[in-house]
Design a binder for this molecule. Sequence first.
Ligand SMILES: [Zn+2]
Length: 128
Amino acid sequence: MRSCPACGAEYTDKAVVCSDCQASLVEGPAASTSATVELVRWERVYGPPDQVAALMLQGVLEAEEIPVRVEASTMAAYGALRSSLKAEAWGALLVPAERAEEATRLIDEYLEGIDADPSPADDADADG
Ligand SMILES: [Zn+2]
């Protein structure tokens, strides 16, 4: 068996390069490139309707130094994700379980802020 060192996809011995990222395949299962992989329990805190919302909220959480993982349910890299058929959201935002409560609160506050009247963006106070 061969595997792609970049994305971890597995191939038969006949394959030479990864069809996804054109990386040269290596023998055996994909080895983790980083030795310091910590076991983090990720918890889903929000199902963004699209990628833009996902990235915006990722920025909001990372501004509070909360690690964020964005997973798109449309991604087929890990084979047939049957469960994604049930998901109506574009994907999921995941944070470490111990930060989930804080992240949920920040997301709620942020979404409430969107509903409120936005303040004028073109303020007289120019930048520079
Ligand atoms: Zn690959």
